[in-house]
Write a protein that binds this ligand. Structure first.
Ligand code: COA
Length: 197
């Protein structure tokens, strides 16, 4: 997998947070909250042990696709969440499909619930969007989640993303239930218009 995020100068700082690449030394810190039922219930993989999580971390190229979000607590920095930033292809007719390669960002997130409700996830994802539409030069950013995951789609709406689909019972939850999903997107020009408001 190409390392598209290497062109960014890390860390990226926001008002209260700092974003950097995740690395193998983060596994234990991430596992501290990734193992919580409130977190795993909505995310793609729910490993049962830290060893399984560590294997997944490398098998799924986490360091290439995930940003660690750190908060300065006054007593040092605390890893409070991750933002996934995948660079993906758009769709194009076959004669010009090459031009649609690597032009979109797909974002995901998971945060330690003990730091929830303070806007940290929103602040971090806004920064990731800024990277997508700034140095990465992407034309569109998308995000999807289960429709029942209200905190997650509320976050996308706080970012000004547009709801583009509601899939009826199209997503299989590990409970065995086929659930609804929702998908959101934002174009580069919409981001620019939003920023100048
Ligand atoms: C999705 C998730 C990141 C949302 O967390 P969150 O705490 O709601 O999001 P934020 O950190 O941005 O906080 C937003 C809340 O803080 C409030 N807030 C307080 N101070 C704020 C500030 N300075 N700026 C913005 N919001 C602020 C907001 O009003 C909002 O509260 P509300 O939802 O009651 O309106 C979190 O629920 C999570 O990690 N879930 C588990 C993993 C998951 O579902 N991942 C997605 C899979 S698709």
């Amino acid at each position: 997998m190409e390392d598209a995020l290497k062109k960014i100068s890390w860390p990226v700082r926001t008002e209260r947070l700092s974003l950097r690449r995740v690395n193998s030394a983060d596994v234990e810190d991430l596992w501290r909250y990734r193992q919580l039922a409130d977190v795993t219930q909505w995310i793609t993989a729910g490993p049962a042990t830290v060893e399984e999580f560590r294997s997944l971390f490398f098998a799924k190229d986490y360091p290439l696709r995930n940003l660690a979000v750190e908060l300065d607590t006054g007593q040092g920095t605390q890893l409070i969440g991750t933002v996934m930033l995948d660079i993906v292809d758009g769709w194009g007719q076959s004669e010009i499909e090459q031009r649609a390669k690597g032009v979109e960002g797909n974002l995901g997130w998971s945060f330690d619930p003990s730091f929830g409700g303070k806007g940290y996830a929103t602040e971090a994802v806004v920064a990731a969007m800024g990277l997508c539409f700034g140095p990465l030069g992407l034309r569109r950013v998308t995000a999807e989640c289960f429709a029942a995951n209200e905190p997650s789609w509320r976050l996308t709406e706080r970012l000004g993303m547009r709801k583009e689909f509601h899939g009826r019972k199209d997503s299989l939850h590990r409970s065995g239930e086929w659930m609804d999903s929702v998908g959101y997107a934002l174009l580069a020009e919409e981001w620019t218009a939003q920023a100048s408001c």
